[in-house]
Design a binder for this molecule. Sequence first.
Ligand code: HEM
Ligand code: HEM
Length: 138
Amino acid sequence: MKTGFLHLHNLTAWLLLAILIVMVVLFFINNSSRKPLSKLQNNLRLFAVIISGLQLIVGFGIYFMNGWFAAFSQMSDSLARFYALEHPLMMTLGILFIHIGSAKIKRASEEKKNKVGLIFFGISLVLILSRVPWDRII
Ligand code: HEM
Ligand code: HEM
């Protein structure tokens, strides 16, 4: 079960990173050329919300199964600090930006949608990229 969760978490990590990068590029291009939000962008927006929600649930599943909450007393150990605090905190923040950004895009006027998307998804991508365990994402 634990191994299955880790594999799933690794697979969806790739998927989410790819979606976020494509989205930020599309938001940037369409915002610069003042084009409206495309159907593809709208589908990717919903896909990103769902995949990131799944990543959150599975991530917290592993967190409790592997007892990382118990590592709070070892904050001087960089590995324990990474998985007990830094990774979950930054990733949860990044995922929050995806959810809130998605809602803001829906409510923004047609000409503002790409700009709002670029800001929220851009911040999310930076937060997430800052705490990916690059040595383990294979
Ligand atoms: C602590 C956890 C979470 C928080 C704080 C959160 C927050 C939010 C917020 C603020 C919205 C925008 C609602 C609106 O349109 O006004 C949203 C939308 C949504 N969330 Fe979450 N969410 C969380 C977890 C999840 C999880 C685990 C899933 C499922 C995988 C999920 C799936 C969705 C979906 C499908 C939408 C609607 C997307 C759309 O149509 O734009 N969320 N969430
Ligand atoms: C965008 C979101 C996220 C990405 C891209 C991501 C990425 C990753 C990757 C690549 C791994 C290594 C997996 C492996 O070794 O096969 C990992 C491990 C882990 N992640 Fe995430 N993660 C995300 C969100 C979260 C969240 C929200 C939590 C919540 C607690 C979390 C908790 C963990 C835990 C506990 C581990 C495993 C540590 C262990 O080996 O016990 N992750 N993550």
